[in-house]
Design a protein around this ligand. Sequence first.
Ligand SMILES: Cc1cc2nc3c(=O)[nH]c(=O)nc-3n(C[C@H](O)[C@H](O)[C@H](O)COP(=O)(O)OP(=O)(O)OC[C@H]3O[C@@H](n4cnc5c(N)ncnc54)[C@H](O)[C@@H]3O)c2cc1C
Length: 331
Amino acid sequence: MIGGGISGLSCASMLHWTGINVRVLDQGYRIGGRCTTRRTLEGEVIADLGAPCFDADVPVFIEQVKRWVDSGVCARWDGAGGAFVGVPTMDAIVDSMAQGIDVRSGCRVERVFRHDRSWVVEVERRDGARVTERCERIVLATHPRESDRLIGEHSNTLSLMLGSVETRCVWVLMMRINDPLEGLPAMVDVGDGSSESDEIIARIIRDDHKPGRSRETDSSTLVIHAREDWSAANRELDRVEAQRVLTQHTRSLLSSMLGHDLDDQRIGDVQVHRWGSAHPVEGLPQRCETDDDARIVVCGDAFGWKGLPLGVQSAWLSGRASAMALIETTG
Ligand SMILES: Cc1cc2nc3c(=O)[nH]c(=O)nc-3n(C[C@H](O)[C@H](O)[C@H](O)COP(=O)(O)OP(=O)(O)OC[C@H]3O[C@@H](n4cnc5c(N)ncnc54)[C@H](O)[C@@H]3O)c2cc1C
């Protein structure tokens, strides 16, 4: 399994519990991909950096979410219209999915090639060491461009399909503000495209108002998602400049929303991150895709389910569909 985000772990856990030997390789410092939580080097939580919450609409996913809720790693967030969040942080969900599975973070897959009937996977580890692994089949659960880079030369069909997926970038700002921000809702969409819409910011999320977070009375932790059109137009912006623009803009937006001036002194720690491929623009019609001759399966949030928004739910469903496809073909 290349990729230890929601889709990869959904597939890997189903394979594992069916008795199929699976190893997950992920290039990240931690697993989780776009469902991750930013921490300090000492491990202190800063905020959820990717998906802030998620919905559950499809019965089989609702059942899974119930199991997460029962085991205490997930809760409904009333402040966000009843969407679900990981408890105490979003990455609690991926950690619980990874339990019992051979998962290796800090392992970037550089190249894959065939040797006899097996696949050889070349991996660069975080410590700089290069190792190779052999396997019977490969599941790709990275973003489409990366999956295409890895297997494009081995499967024209998959390459054509993956190459057709466009993704959008999103700048994200994490901010600590020395003010309780009384009256600010838990999650507010300010860039909804209406005439009142903000031209830079899409969404403001009160990270410390999520269930299971520690909340302080005199300060707040916010996560700000920039609009996709603004992020695309400013994709190559220098990080320092992106942080400056987003911080100043958020400060003045909050001041006008709250009706009191938030001066610069109230702005505490600030960090910015650019997700180069935050969201697929349009979903693929199938739930996953296989190339049986090449022994490859591809999954991820870009694989849609009719009418469902693309996100944590579609990623989980796609991972599950790819596990079922593999189980069928391996008997
Ligand atoms: C800012 C933002 C806001 C979002 N908001 C929402 C929301 O409100 N609701 C919702 O449902 N969803 C939301 N999402 C989307 C959601 O996070 C994703 O749909 C979901 O997490 C995707 O999971 P995935 O497994 O398909 O991909 P990813 O999480 O991207 O996982 C891919 C994994 O592959 C690894 N990888 C890549 N290349 C290699 C390589 N060469 N070798 C090894 N590993 C590799 C990466 O490290 C990563 O862990 C949001 C995402 C972002 C970024």
